[in-house]
Write a protein that binds this ligand. Structure first.
Ligand code: G6P
Ligand code: BGC
Ligand code: BGC
Length: 943
C-alpha cells in the first residue's frame, strides 16, 4: 500500500457539475464532457485579466468588521452550545472527559491509532512516556493509506482495515503477552460519555462509511481488533485530534489550554470551567471541550463571506450543507477552492489562455500541497509552473503570478477566518475565567500549519488584531498529537486500572439472587434450631407478648426507650381517641454506657425523675414499659436476663442480670420515687406493637438503626422454651448474631473483618455488622483507606483524617447516595472531612457507599423474606398478607434502603404480600401498649 496511488482522483469529491454565478460568469465544478479545451473569449491585454482576476478574488477578501462579526457570532453560538441549547447554527461544544492538562507524570508504552486527521491516511504510533524524570523518547510511527472504497464503504471494513494496520505495525514490536493500552485518535464529531465511550455524530471530511454514525466507535474498534485477534491491545481512550494536539504540549512550555488543528478539516478544543458545561453534573475544575467549529454556519455572519466557489464546493462535497465553515478553512478544501477559481478564470479566458485540462476540471486534483507549494515564496515560479504543467496546463508567464494570487486569496481567507474562530475561543476563555488580560498557550497541529508557508503567521497576526487582550503563545505540536493522545491514554489507562481495582474491591459486596436465597435458607434453618432450643446463632427469644393490641387498651403509661440512637422517656396516654405521647430525649454519655451497671440504671432513673418533674407527674406511680433493645432471655413479661451487650454498650455487672431488677434496684436507691415496672420489651417488639395498633396485619417488627433485629408472631407450639401449643408468642430473633457460628455463607470481606476486629465485641453480631448503622460508615472508611493505598483515591495521597475511627458517619451514606444531591454536594461533605478529592474521587466514594448499603439492604431483605415465609408456612397458607412494622434511622433516612429491602423480599418471598409500615412514635408507644395489654390481662384475671 503506498501514498502515491491516491493522487489523481480523490474519493472525497463525488458529484460532477453545478452553475453558480458571479461578476465574472458561471463557476463550473467537475470533470466530464464539454468544457475541456480553450474558451473563445481570451482577453487581449493581460492587465485587463489581472484586474478581472483581482475583482474575482475580491470575493475572498474578508474585512475586519466581518471577522469581528464572525468572532462574535461564533462566541454566542459556543455559549448556546455550552448551555445545551442547540439551534442549527450552534456549534456542538462536546465535552471530552479530559479534565486536566498533562502532569508530565505519565509513564509507559502506548499504541496510538490516528484516524481522520490527515485525510486518506491512517497513522499508528508507538509512544513511550517517561514521566517527569525520564528523557523524551520520540514516537515511532507508520502511515497507512486508506483506499477510497474503505473511506466510503461499510464501517466494519474501515475498522477491520484499522485493526489490520495495527497488527501489521505491531509485528515490529515486542508485544508478546503484553496488554498494551491503545489511544484512539478519532477526528470526527462525537458525543463522549466517558474516556472510552464515544458515539459518532456525523462523518466529515472525506469519510462516509455506513453503519457507524450513532454508534460507539470504541466498541467498533474493539470488535475489529478482536476479529483480527490482536488481543494484546486494550482500547482505553478515544480522543479528538484537537485534544491530542493540546495534550501534546510540553508542560514545560505550556501547559497549552487550547488545541487548534487545521489539517484536512479544522477544529479547536479548550479547557472550559466544568460548571459552565450544562451536560456535565460538575461545578468544579475544568473540562476539555471540543468546539467542532467546522459546523458553524450562522448565515448572518458567514453569508456575506461565502462565495459562489464555496457553494459550488459544498454542493460537490460528500456532505452538502454541512461543515460550511470547515470548507472555507480545511486543507481538504483549500486546493479544491483554488481549482474551482482557476477553472472558472480559465473558462473566462483570464488564465492559461482560456484553456483548461482534464486534471483542472477534475475534482480533488489540486491539493493542499499544491497550494502550499505554489504560494511558497522559496519555491519560485519554476515550481508553480511545474505544478500547473502537472495538471496538464500550459501556463503563460502572467499566469504564475495570477495563480499565486488565487492561492493567496483562498489561504489568506482561510487563515483569517480561522483566526476569527480562535479569537472567539479566546473571548470565551476571558469570559469564563473573568480575566480580561488572558495569557494563554495554544497548541497548533495539522498539515496546513506544517505545509502552508504563511498560514500560521497570517493567523497569528489576525488573532492579535481580533483578541487584543490576549497574550498568546503558539506551540506547534511536535508529532501531530500522537504523544498527546498517549498522555490521555495514560490518564485513561490509570482510570481504567482504578476502575478495575474498584470493581475487584467492591465485587464481594455485589450479592446475586442465589447468594441471597442461600441466606434466606440458612436463616430458616437457624430459626428452626433456635425455636427448638438447639445450638443456633439465632436465639429466638420468647418475649411473652402473646397478642398484638386490639384497640381496647386504655390508661396512662410511662415508657423508657433505651438502645437506639437516643434514650427517651415517654408518657403515653391511651384513650378511646387514640394514643398521645409526650417524650423527652436524654443523652447517655459514653462514660455511662461503658461504666458500671449501677451508674447506667441510676442515670436512667435520674432521667425518669427529671421527666416526671417536667410533666408534673411527681408522686404518681404509673405502669412503666421498658424498651430495652438488647438480647434478653425473658422469663416473663417483666423479667429479662441480659445475655450480652451490643451496639457499643458495655456497662459492667449487667450481663446475666435481670435488667428489670436492676432498674427496680436503682428506683429503690432513689428516695421518694415509685415506679411500677410492668414490662420489658425489645425495640423490635415495641415497634411491632406500635404499628400493630394502626394495622392489625402487623405481625413482624424490624429495626434497622444503630443495630438491627427482627421479631414476629410465632405459633406457640413451635416455641420449645414456652409451654402451651395454642396461640402465638412474639419471638425476638436477635438476628444481629446470625452467623456468629459461621453458618452465614455471605463472604466476609477484609473490611468487615477490620470492622469486627476494631469493635468491642469481635466475633459477635456478624449479621448486624454487615447491615446496621453503627458499622456501615466504618466499612466504607476501611474501603476508602484501601482504595487510597492503591492510589485509586485522592491521588494516593495519605489522608490522615480517614485514619480516625467513626469519622465517616453512616448518615453520610444516606446523604451521598441521595439522587437529589449533585456531585458538588457530595464533594462538600467529603471536603468537610478534610479529604483532598477530585470529582472522580467523589464518584468513586458514592459508588462505594452504594455497594455497602445495597449489600446491607439485600441481606436485611433476605432476613425478612425468611420470617414472612416462616409465618406463611406456619399457617399453611398459599398466600400471606402481612405487615412489617419498621423503625431505625438507617431504614428511615437512607434514600434507597427501604426500596431495596422491599424488592429483595418480593423476589425471595413471592407468595407473601408484605407491607412495610414505618413506626411514627418509635417503640416507646409499643412498650406502653404491651404494658397496657399486661395491665388489662392482670385486671381480668384479678376479677
Ligand atoms: C426508634 C425506636 C427505638 C429503636 C430505634 C432504633 O427510635 O423507638 O426503640 O431502638 O428506633 O433506631 P436507631 O437508629 O435509633 O438505632
Ligand atoms: C472534525 C473534528 C476534527 C477536525 C480536525 C473536523 O472535520 O469534525 O472532530 O477535530 O476535523 O481534524
Ligand atoms: C440488639 C437487639 C436490638 C437491635 C436493634 C441489636 O444490637 O441486640 O436487641 O433489637 O440491636 O436496636
Amino acid at each position: 500500500m503506498n501514498k502515491e496511488q491516491q493522487q489523481p482522483c480523490d474519493a472525497s469529491w463525488p458529484s460532477p457539475i453545478v452553475e453558480p454565478m458571479d461578476s465574472v460568469g458561471p463557476v463550473e465544478l467537475g470533470s466530464g464532457a464539454g468544457a475541456l479545451g480553450c474558451s473563445p473569449e481570451v482577453l487581449s491585454h493581460p492587465s485587463d485579466s489581472s484586474k478581472l482576476v483581482q475583482e474575482c478574488l475580491q470575493q475572498f477578501m474578508v474585512t475586519e468588521a466581518q471577522l469581528q462579526q464572525i468572532r462574535a457570532s461564533l462566541l454566542s453560538s459556543m455559549e448556546q452550545g455550552l448551555m445545551g441549547q442547540n439551534p442549527a447554527s450552534a456549534v456542538r461544544m462536546l465535552p471530552t472527559y479530559v479534565g486536566s492538562t498533562p502532569h508530565g507524570t505519565e509513564q509507559g508504552d502506548f499504541v496510538v491509532l490516528e484516524l481522520g486527521a490527515t485525510g486518506a491516511s491512517m497513522r499508528v504510533l508507538w509512544v513511550t512516556l517517561t514521566g517527569i524524570e525520564g528523557c523524551r523518547v520520540d514516537p515511532r510511527s507508520r502511515e497507512f493509506v486508506i483506499p477510497p472504497e474503505v473511506m466510503l464503504g461499510p464501517g466494519q471494513q474501515l475498522f477491520d482495515f484499522a485493526a489490520r494496520c495495527l497488527a501489521e505495525f505491531l509485528e515490529a514490536f515486542p508485544v508478546k503477552n503484553r496488554c498494551l493500552p491503545l489511544g484512539f485518535n478519532f477526528s470526527f464529531p462525537c458525543h463522549q460519555t466517558g474516556l472510552d465511550r464515544s458515539t459518532l455524530i456525523s462523518w466529515t471530511k472525506g469519510f462516509r462509511c455506513s453503519g457507524v454514525e450513532g454508534r460507539d466507535v470504541v466498541q467498533l474498534l474493539r470488535e475489529a481488533i478482536e476479529r483480527q485477534g490482536a488481543s494484546s491491545l486494550a482500547v482505553v481512550a478515544v480522543v479528538n485530534d484537537t485534544v491530542g494536539t493540546m495534550m501534546d504540549c510540553d508542560p514545560g512550555l505550556g501547559p497549552c489550554e487550547v488545541g487548534l488543528v487545521v489539517d484536512t478539516g479544522t477544529n479547536a478544543c479548550y479547557m472550559e470551567e466544568a460548571r459552565h458545561v450544562a451536560s456535565l453534573d460538575e461545578d468544579r475544575g475544568r473540562v476539555c471541550v471540543s468546539v467542532e467549529w467546522g459546523s458553524f454556519s450562522d448565515d448572518k455572519a458567514l453569508g456575506p463571506v461565502l462565495t459562489p466557489f464555496d457553494k459550488a464546493l459544498d454542493q460537490g462535497s460528500l456532505n452538502p450543507g454541512a461543515q460550511r465553515f470547515e470548507k472555507m478553512i480545511g486543507g481538504l478544501y483549500l486546493g479544491e477552492l483554488v481549482r474551482l477559481v482557476l477553472a472558472h478564470l480559465a473558462r473566462r479566458g483570464l488564465l492559461f489562455g482560456g484553456c483548461t485540462s482534464p486534471a483542472l476540471l477534475n475534482q480533488g486534483s489540486v491539493g493542499l500541497e499544491h497550494v502550499a507549494e505554489m504560494e511558497d515564496p522559496s519555491s519560485g515560479e519554476a515550481r508553480v509552473l511545474a505544478v500547473l504543467q502537472n495538471l496538464g496546463l500550459s501556463p503563460g508567464a502572467s499566469d504564475v503570478k495570477l495563480v499565486q494570487l488565487v492561492c493567496e486569496a483562498v489561504s489568506t481567507r482561510a487563515a483569517r477566518l480561522c483566526a476569527a474562530a480562535l479569537a472567539a475561543v479566546l473571548g470565551r476563555l476571558q469570559h469564563s475565567r473573568e480575566q480580561h488580560a488572558l495569557q494563554i498557550a495554544v497548541a497548533t497541529g495539522g498539515q496546513v500549519f506544517k505545509r502552508h508557508p504563511r498560514f500560521h503567521s497570517l493567523l497569528q497576526k489576525t488573532v492579535i488584531l481580533l483578541a487584543p487582550g490576549c497574550d498568546i503563545s503558539f506551540i506547534p505540536s511536535v508529532d501531530g498529537g500522537g504523544r498527546g493522545v498517549a498522555v490521555v491514554t495514560a490518564v485513561a489507562a490509570r482510570l481504567a486500572d482504578h476502575r478495575r481495582l474498584l470493581e475487584e474491591t467492591l465485587a464481594p459486596f455485589r450479592l446475586d439472587r442465589e447468594q441471597l436465597a442461600a441466606v434466606q435458607v440458612q436463616m430458616r434453618e437457624a430459626m428452626a434450631k433456635g425455636l427448638q432450643g438447639e445450638a443456633s446463632s439465632l436465639r429466638m427469644l420468647p418475649t411473652y407478648v402473646r397478642a398484638t393490641p386490639d384497640g381496647s387498651e386504655r390508661g396512662d403509661f410511662l415508657a423508657l426507650d433505651l438502645g437506639g440512637t437516643n434514650f427517651r422517656v415517654l408518657l403515653v396516654r391511651v384513650t378511646t381517641g387514640g394514643v398521645q405521647i409526650t417524650s423527652q430525649v436524654y443523652a447517655i454519655p459514653e462514660r455511662v454506657t461503658q461504666g458500671s451497671g449501677q451508674q447506667l440504671f441510676d442515670h436512667i432513673v435520674d432521667c425518669i425523675v427529671d421527666f416526671q418533674q417536667r410533666q408534673g407527674l411527681g408522686g404518681q406511680s404509673l405502669p412503666l414499659g421498658f424498651t430495652f433493645s438488647f438480647p434478653c432471655r425473658q422469663l416473663g413479661l417483666d423479667q429479662g436476663i441480659l445475655l450480652n451487650w451490643t451496639k457499643g454498650f458495655n456497662a459492667s455487672d449487667c450481663e446475666g442480670q435481670d435488667v428489670v431488677a436492676l432498674l427496680r434496684e436503682a428506683i429503690g436507691r432513689r428516695q421518694a420515687v415509685e415506679l411500677n415496672v410492668v414490662a420489658i420489651v425489645n425495640d423490635t417488639v415495641g415497634t411491632m406493637m406500635s404499628c400493630g395498633y394502626e394495622d392489625h396485619h402487623c405481625e413482624v417488627g424490624l429495626i434497622v438503626g444503630t443495630g438491627t433485629n427482627a421479631c414476629y408472631m410465632e405459633e406457640l407450639q413451635n416455641v420449645a422454651a414456652v409451654a402451651g401449643d395454642s396461640g402465638h408468642m412474639c419471638i425476638n430473633m436477635e438476628w444481629g448474631a446470625f452467623g456468629d457460628d459461621g453458618t452465614l455463607s455471605v463472604p466476609s470481606t477484609c473490611f468487615d473483618a477490620s470492622v469486627d476486629r476494631a469493635s468491642i465485641n469481635p466475633g459477635k453480631q456478624r449479621f448486624e455488622k454487615l447491615i446496621s448503622g453503627m458499622y456501615l460508615g466504618e466499612i466504607v472508611r476501611y474501603i476508602l483507606l484501601h482504595l487510597n493505598s492503591l492510589g485509586v483515591l485522592f491521588r494516593g495521597q495519605q489522608t490522615q483524617c480517614l485514619q480516625t475511627r467513626d469519622i465517616f458517619k453512616t448518615k453520610f451514606l444516606s446523604e451521598i447516595e441521595s439522587d437529589s444531591l449533585a456531585l458538588r454536594q457530595v464533594r462538600a461533605i467529603l471536603e468537610d472531612l478534610g479529604l483532598p478529592l477530585t470529582s472522580d474521587d467523589a464518584l468513586i466514594v458514592r459508588e462505594v457507599c452504594q455497594a455497602v448499603s445495597r449489600r446491607a439492604a439485600q441481606l436485611c431483605g433476605a432476613g425478612v423474606a425468611a420470617v414472612v415465609e416462616k409465618i406463611r408456612e406456619n399457617r399453611g397458607l398459599e398466600e400471606l398478607m402481612v405487615t412489617v412494622g419498621v423503625d431505625g434511622t438507617l431504614y428511615k433516612l437512607h434514600p434507597h434502603f427501604s426500596s431495596l429491602v422491599a424488592a429483595t423480599v418480593k423476589d425471595l418471598a413471592p407468595r407473601c404480600t408484605v407491607t412495610f409500615l414505618q413506626s411514627e412514635d418509635g417503640s416507646g408507644k409499643g412498650a406502653a401498649l404491651v404494658t397496657a395489654v399486661a395491665c388489662r390481662l392482670a385486671q381480668t384475671t384479678r376479677v
